[in-house]
Design a protein around this ligand. Sequence first.
Ligand code: NAP
Length: 299
Amino acid sequence: MLTGLQIAVIGGDARQLEVIRKLSELDAKLSLIGFEQLDHVFSGVSKEKITDVDFSDVDAIILPITGTDSNGRVEMIFSAETVEITEEMLLKTPSHCTIYTGIKNAFLEEITKKVKRRLVMLFERDDVAIYNSIPTVEGTIMMAIQHTEFTIHGSSVAVLGLGRVGMSVARAFHHLGAKVKVGARKTEHLARITEMGLQPFHLSDLDKEVRDIDICINTVPHLVVNAAVIQKMPTHTLIIDLASKPGGTDFRYAEKRGIKALLAPSLPGIVAPKSAGQILGNVLAQLLEDDVLKRKEKL
Ligand code: NAP
């Protein structure tokens, strides 16, 4: 249980509603900032303006998956206002206050280091990233269906990267009957791709491997699908770039060549916000409970 824990939830999309539900079920006291347009009210939860929050009481701050922009501004789906995370605000919090966000963010890393508060990036955790790959895969399948005139079954699909997302995507497209090849750079990844019954190739050979593909799904957060690679693709190829912004594709060149290339961020939040939110809610509940236990042990 999270009885007595004061948590500020600042901004976010529909996934945050499941997080709020879970934490309020566990009896945490929640201040919601940036949720004025939300009709539903959970018990033990109050909607507040950032200026009304007493940060000296806040044990944890939960930010959206994307954290903030490079100036500290938080994305607000349920509010017309914007909120900025400031040094002054964080300095008011108790020293044990932990800031939770989704993905790596230079602004947050810098500011939390400066004020000596702990920053937890949930998607750096393997468990979160693997669970989250499930709705990501479903969203990728949806996009492939929406943007092609052919079945996934029987089509040639290149998946780039064998990380948490790449592995799930490659496996799902294989089970749907696609001919899947996977590009990676580590020998152990190439071995795993072979073990999975898929065709491995080294990413340095990407330009040769794309000559016969129908769909290219990138998960590498670096420019791998560059102009030289796109130039070798058949013009009907669909590129779905899952890597975090700005993706790993030369979108300008793809457009010039008439190849459809889609940057597809935050698919879990689009196709399955409830499931994606439950994944985050469950992990956050566990982490917050662990924090409480650790603090009690220190006393
Ligand atoms: P991950 O486990 O870290 O996997 C990343 C993959 O990219 C690994 O295979 C890694 O190989 C490879 N890689 C990284 N840098 C590389 C480089 N410079 N050259 C070649 N290969 C490189 O990450 P993940 O959890 O699978 O997530 C992949 C991306 O998808 C991230 O950007 C993440 O934010 C994003 N994502 C998007 C969605 C969405 O809805 N679109 C959902 C979840 C995640 P090595 O091990 O060799 O480095």
